[in-house]
Design a protein. Structure first.
Length: 198
């Protein structure tokens, strides 16, 4: 179970980098972002719509992945599966926001490069180095949240001794999502076109 969830957390930033990069490339090639730039009153709605589309796809991906694993190796109750999917979705929302900004400002290659770096950072945060600073590293949240969830279900006493760091990570995650959302809204309203995504 631990290896499966850690694998999800490690590969997902790379997948996000590719997906968001392709979306930015599509917008660029379909008129150099004119669809977004020419709808000034509705730029915010376009951004929110794109983000919701990505999050819905993320929800479907996580549901399929966790559901497939559960069919082969049932490991918890229905509420437990909902908690797992919810934590995974919460810990990937900010990654979409970061990559959206990166892809539309710097291009598809930058988004893909950031995805590779994010996946490597997720793997590094599973080591002892991550024990010190994982709460402050966005790409570490998914793998660490899953470790805490597994600890809570397998060793309640050990979880209760270390759950304060888990709650700190959750709070920082939620604050980061809200801050990135506010920054993204301000950015999309002022944006005048990004790097070409050839």
């Amino acid at each position: 179970m631990s290896a499966f969830f850690e694998m999800l957390g490690i590969i997902y930033p790379f997948l996000v980098g590719i997906i968001v990069g392709i979306i930015a490339q599509r917008e660029s090639q379909a008129g150099h972002y004119q669809f977004i730039l020419s709808t000034v009153p509705s730029r915010t709605h376009i951004y929110i719509g794109e983000l919701c589309f990505l999050l819905i796809n993320s929800l479907l991906f996580y549901t399929l992945a966790v559901g497939s694993f559960a069919l082969m190796f049932p490991f918890t109750s229905i509420s437990g599966y909902v908690q797992v999917i919810g934590l995974l979705l919460l810990s990937s929302t900010h990654i979409y926001q970061i990559h959206f900004l990166c892809a539309f400002i710097f291009g598809k290659s930058a988004s893909m490069g950031l995805g590779i770096a994010g996946s490597l950072l997720s793997a590094i945060m599973l080591t002892g180095l991550g024990d010190v600073c994982w709460q402050y590293i966005p790409w570490a949240w998914s793998v660490r949240f899953m470790d805490f969830w597994l600890l809570a279900t397998t060793n309640k006493d050990a979880y209760l001794q270390s759950c304060s760091t888990f709650y700190v990570g959750i709070i920082i995650n939620i604050v980061a999502i809200l801050v990135l959302f506010a920054v993204s809204i301000m950015w999309i309203r002022l944006w005048d076109g990004g790097k070409e995504n050839d």
